[in-house]
Design a protein around this ligand. Structure first.
Ligand code: ZN
Length: 323
C-alpha cells in the first residue's frame, strides 16, 4: 500500500514538473497578412512582442499597409532578410483586405523608398540587416532626411545585437539578394538593364532569443543549409521555427522544409511562412495546399499564421494560445 502511494506521489510530481505554467511569461506573435483571418500568397510579415513589451517587425513586404497600418502599433526594430520586393516591400494594398486572398490588390507603389524604409522612418526604429544592405539602406535613409546611425543596424552572420531584452543574431540563408531596379532612382536604375541587378551582399535569416527563453529561427528565403543543423540547432538551440515553404523555383518547398525541421533544427513547434498560395479558405487550411502537405510531413506542431490572429509561445516553444 505504502509502495503504491509512493508510486502515485512520484508520478504526480513528474506530471507537475512538465505541466505548462499558466503564469509563465509568453511571447506574442501576430501575422500581418493581406486578408484578416487567412494565410494568403504574399504573407510574410510577423510582429513579435517580448514579455518586456519590445515589438519587432519581420519583413514588412507587401502586406503591411505602410507606416500608418493600425496593426503595427509601436515598433522598436525591423528585421529585413533580403531586398527582394516581397520582403523590402515594393507595393502595398490601398486598404485592409483589398482584393481577394488568392489575388490581393497591391496597387499602391511605394518605390523607390520601400515599405520597410517608410516604416523605419515613421517609427524611428532601426532596420537590422546583414550582407551589404547596411550601406545601401543608410544612403536611402540619408536621402530621405533620416539618421542612418539610428535607423540602420548592421548584424552580419555570426554577430548579435540587443533590442530591449531580445537578442537578435544573423544566420545564413542561401538564396540571392539582387536589388530590383525599382528601388533605385531612375538615373541609377538604367545601369541595370539586360536583367542585371545591383547586388547587396548575402541574404540572411535571424535567430531571436526572447526574455522568457523562447528562441526563434526565422529562415528568410533559403534552401537547405548545413548551418540549420550546426548553428541554428547546435549553437542557438532554436525551439520555434518560422519556415519558408514556398518551393519551386525559389526556396525550400514542403518536403525540403520538413527535412529542415525534422532532421536539422528539431524545434518544439513551427510556424509556416511564405507559402505563395492561398493556403486557407474561411480561416481553414485547404487540404490540398502545400501548407497542409508541410503540416503532415513535419513531426512537430505546425501553426498556420492567420492574419491578425495572435499566437502566444512559452519559453519552451509551446503555443499556449491562439494556435
Ligand atoms: Zn520571398
Amino acid at each position: 500500500m505504502l509502495r503504491l502511494l509512493a508510486v502515485v506521489l512520484v508520478s504526480l510530481l513528474a506530471a507537475c514538473a512538465t505541466a505548462p505554467d499558466p503564469q509563465a511569461p509568453k511571447v506574442k506573435v501576430t501575422p500581418l497578412g493581406s486578408h484578416d483571418g487567412e494565410f494568403c500568397p504574399l504573407d510574410r510579415a510577423l510582429v513579435f512582442e517580448d514579455p518586456d513589451g519590445t515589438r519587432i517587425l519581420y519583413d514588412a513586404g507587401r502586406t503591411v499597409r505602410g507606416p500608418n497600418d493600425p496593426r503595427l502599433g509601436r515598433i522598436d526594430a525591423l528585421l529585413l532578410s533580403h531586398v527582394h520586393g516581397d520582403h523590402l516591400g515594393d507595393l502595398i494594398q490601398p486598404s485592409a483586405n483589398a482584393g481577394a486572398c488568392p489575388k490581393p490588390d497591391f496597387s499602391v507603389n511605394v518605390t523607390p523608398n520601400s515599405n520597410m524604409v517608410n516604416i523605419s522612418l515613421a517609427k524611428q526604429a532601426p532596420m537590422i540587416v546583414g550582407g551589404e544592405m547596411g550601406s545601401f539602406l543608410s544612403a536611402k535613409v540619408s536621402s530621405l532626411g533620416g539618421d542612418p546611425g539610428k535607423l540602420v543596424r548592421l548584424v552580419r552572420y555570426g554577430a548579435q545585437t540587443m533590442v530591449g531584452k531580445v537578442m537578435v543574431a544573423g544566420v545564413p540563408a542561401v538564396h540571392s539578394n539582387g536589388l530590383p531596379a525599382a528601388f533605385l532612382p531612375p538615373e541609377q536604375a538604367k545601369l541595370y538593364a539586360g536583367g542585371l541587378t545591383a547586388y547587396v551582399g548575402e541574404p540572411g535569416g535571424f535567430v531571436l532569443r526572447f526574455s522568457n527563453g523562447l528562441t526563434v529561427y526565422l529562415s528568410g528565403d533559403t534552401g537547405i543549409t548545413a548551418e540549420q543543423d550546426l548553428v541554428v540547432r547546435g549553437y542557438y538551440k532554436a525551439n520555434l521555427v518560422v519556415m519558408n515553404i514556398g518551393g519551386f523555383p525559389f526556396t525550400t518547398g514542403p518536403d525540403e522544409a520538413a527535412y529542415v525541421v525534422n532532421s536539422l533544427v528539431r524545434p518544439a513547434a513551427v510556424i509556416a511562412s511564405h507559402a505563395n498560395e492561398p493556403a486557407t479558405v474561411g480561416g481553414k487550411l485547404s487540404p490540398t495546399s502545400r501548407t497542409a502537405a508541410f503540416q503532415k510531413a513535419a513531426k512537430m506542431p505546425v501553426h498556420v499564421p492567420l492574419s491578425g490572429k495572435t499566437m502566444e509561445f512559452d519559453g519552451s516553444g509551446r503555443c499556449t494560445s491562439g494556435c
